[in-house]
Design a binder for this molecule. Sequence first.
Ligand SMILES: NC(=O)c1ccc[n+]([C@@H]2O[C@H](COP(=O)([O-])OP(=O)(O)OC[C@H]3O[C@@H](n4cnc5c(N)ncnc54)[C@H](OP(=O)(O)O)[C@@H]3O)[C@@H](O)[C@H]2O)c1
Length: 275
Amino acid sequence: MTDTKPVLILGGTGKTGRRLAERLTSQGIPVRIGSRSGSPRFDWEVPATWEPAMQGLGAVYISYYPDIAVPGAAETVGAFARLAVANGVTRIVLLSGRGETEAQRAEEMVKASGADWTILRCAWFSQNFSEGFLVESLRQGEVALPVGPVGEPFVDVDDIADAAFVALTEPGHVGQLYELTGPRLLSFADAVAEIAKATGRDIGYIKSSHDEFTAATAAYELPPEIAWLLNELFTEVLDGRNETLTDGLQRVLGRAPKDFSAYANETAATGIWSN
Ligand SMILES: NC(=O)c1ccc[n+]([C@@H]2O[C@H](COP(=O)([O-])OP(=O)(O)OC[C@H]3O[C@@H](n4cnc5c(N)ncnc54)[C@H](OP(=O)(O)O)[C@@H]3O)[C@@H](O)[C@H]2O)c1
């Protein structure tokens, strides 16, 4: 970027957005947090809040909430991208997901918006185990999910934030789609075992049935779209379609992605998984 116009970071207090904001701020690049706690307030569910947040921007990083796989996400993200372009935004970096029909439709919407786009199509975040819905069960010593030995190349959100930072601040990334994965396929049981080893605790993994999982999510009184999403992710998307490693992070960053064991060791040291 050649000017000092702010970067609007949607989801700027979330897993990737917060880290991207830190990286840009540390380099003197102004950021505007696009979330319900931002100023001005940005709410995906209140389109009247979109335009005030996009005035005078140099670029936008889109991390959609609750999830880019949710039905209707593509239309919403597309409407946002077109409005941004109409308001003079030329640069958009989209955080997307792998093997998800709705996510890939959202990518097409952003590509068609007229913006200079970059897409970061990401694997499961390692930080779902420490900054998401799995923390509590890890603390309690047992994780039960309706997923068997399928391999997932968990990716570290620090690597995603590094990639977003590079895409926004260095030339050569416009019109590029990067699939971002970690360096190793792990089953969910493998990932839990790595965390157990890193914490020195006994933490079990159980493959639950679809019905057991539905009952467990109901007990947490999750919003219906989150319950739908978890079911979709565990019973549809984790069917082996994403069981591949990619060189996306190597291409953007010129280095290997962080391994899950490094994430597990660093995160265990914070005490977040201690009971
Ligand atoms: N998690 C994964 O493994 C994974 C993998 C691939 C792709 N993705 C994609 O990454 C994106 C973010 O997912 P995440 O799980 O990591 O979430 P996250 O970034 O941790 O999400 C929380 C962020 O969303 C904001 N937010 C919540 N409700 C909002 C609303 N109504 N309007 C505007 N902002 C709102 C929150 O700020 P406030 O509370 O201040 O509003 C916060 O900044 C999703 O689109 C997902 O599809 C995730």
